[in-house]
Design a protein around this ligand. Structure first.
Ligand code: C2O
Ligand code: CU
Ligand code: CU
Length: 442
């Protein structure tokens, strides 16, 4: 996708694009073709994005990973009607990071994202620039999504009840809207900024030659120090900032970024996918040295938390019980503390500038839930059960954290932004099914 800064208009509308080579189909997009442009803005700048809803239904834009005022956050209350416009404007006041944007209309987010409405949003800063990380041609923004296509290559979105349960998945993996892209690279280190923009699919990212790679950042910016990994589990909504050294690949050969099968949940784990191909086609001397210190991160002390809130995310509503306020009889199977989303209800009231521990308890559950908070970053302080520890890409600032079946994940948050925000599961079928609550900071 093209790279833009402030002032560029976005228009959500039907577009034509080719997901499979040679098969042009109607998709949704914000500018040209599927998805939206990649924003690249400097910390401290004020961004203005005139937005028009060219769809025939409501939509809006949520800036996932940007600390914007509540009035600009794309809460499901703040809809832009079909044919209407809204001017998003906010100051970028946070560390350099890889964020993204997508619609947030309740019960329609899954469909609109799957049909193509999403984009990447990169925040840069002088501190990060001083690290001389690979940039320009050596920095690749990659939005990874799975699509289900019909025989003509058109995207199909029509989840069955079973797919509302597990999340809607497809067998065609796309990168920036294209299936199986090929990227020529030279024999040096590249920076891969990855967004998992899928509705329900979790990827176990790895290189096909079995080489290790480095995690340098996650949702909220760079880690304190690089972490070497062989693979990385990335759930919907999460970002990974990676360094891959292609000097370890023979000249004129290929290596794939792939997703390996993984254990923990049967609805996800049985398949592996080749996501994209890197062809190492040119020798180039690389003087880049990975800095040993990337970012000064201070951990929030657990002792500073004034409160612990626990959220049971592992209980499925009995589909036969009905009567929990959903507009459709089959809605509301996914809950948080037994509740489904109600836009008018404040579920959690938080005091401005207070620090709290939030615990997502999936010990009774059998589906993975990537839990996401708007309006703040957080730190992961523990994971018990399941994978049992904090993973390399979870050592930085996060806004989305995966709780696998059997796991209890604790996060610590300092709430520094006032207003009404949502927190929800980022499996978009779960979210649309009501697995979302409001919290208000004041
Ligand atoms: Cu990326 Cu509320 O979501
Ligand atoms: Cu968000
Ligand atoms: Cu979920």
């Amino acid at each position: 996708p093209e790279t833009i800064t402030s002032g560029t208009a976005l228009n959500a509308r039907s577009q034509s694009a080719a997901i499979l080579a040679g098969k042009t189909e109607q998709v949704l997009g914000y500018k040209n073709g599927i998805l939206g442009p990649t924003f690249r803005v400097q910390r401290g700048s004020t961004v203005t994005i005139p937005f028009t809803n060219g769809l025939s239904e409501v939509t809006n834009i949520h800036w996932h990973g940007l600390l914007v005022p509540a009035s600009m956050d794309g809460h499901p209350d703040q809809m832009v009607m079909a044919g209407q416009s809204f001017n998003y404007t906010f100051k970028i006041d946070q560390t350099a990071s890889t964020a993204w944007y997508h619609p947030h209309p309740h019960e329609k987010t899954g469909k609109q994202v799957f049909m193509g409405l999403a984009g990447m949003f990169i925040v840069e800063s002088p501190e990060e620039k001083a690290l001389n990380l690979p940039s320009g041609n050596y920095e690749l923004p990659l939005v990874i999504q799975d699509k289900r296509l019909d025989t003509n290559g058109a995207i199909m979105y029509s989840p069955t009840l079973e797919e509302v349960m597990i999340g809607y998945m497809g067998e065609t993996i796309t990168v920036n809207g294209a299936n199986a892209p090929v990227q020529n690279v030279t024999t040096r280190t590249y920076r891969l900024r990855i967004v998992n923009g899928s509705n329900g699919r979790i990827y176990s990212l790895a290189l096909s030659n079995g080489n290790s790679f480095m995690v340098i950042g996650s949702d909220g910016g760079l880690l304190a120090a690089p972490e070497t990994v062989m693979s990385l589990l990335l759930a919907p909504g999460e970002r990974a900032d990676l360094l891959v050294d292609f000097s370890k690949v023979a000249l004129n050969s290929d290596v794939f970024l792939q997703s390996n099968s993984f254990s923990g949940v049967s609805s996800q784990g049985s398949q592996s996918f080749k996501i994209m191909k890197f062809t190492v086609n040119k020798a180039e001397t690389d003087t880049f040295k990975i800095p040993t210190l990337l970012n000064s991160l201070t951990s929030i002390s657990a002792a500073s938390a004034i409160k612990t809130r626990t959220f049971d995310i592992g209980v499925m509503m009995d589909m036969g019980s009905g009567g929990h306020g959903g507009s459709m009889a089959m809605k509301g199977m996914h809950t948080i503390n037994g509740k489904v989303f109600n836009s008018n209800r404040i579920d959690e009231s938080v005091t401005l500038n207070s620090t709290e521990i939030w615990e997502f308890d999936n010990t009774k559950g059998d589906e993975p839930h990537p839990m996401h908070l708007h309006g703040t970053f957080f730190q992961v302080i523990s994971r018990t059960g399941g994978r049992g520890n904090i993973l390399p890409h979870e050592k930085g600032l996060k806004d989305t954290v995966l709780a696998m079946p059997g796991e209890k994940v604790r996060i610590i948050v300092k709430f520094e932004h006032t207003g009404k925000f949502v927190f929800h599961c980022h499996n978009l079928e779960h979210e649309d099914d009501g697995m979302m609550l409001n919290f208000e900071v004041k």
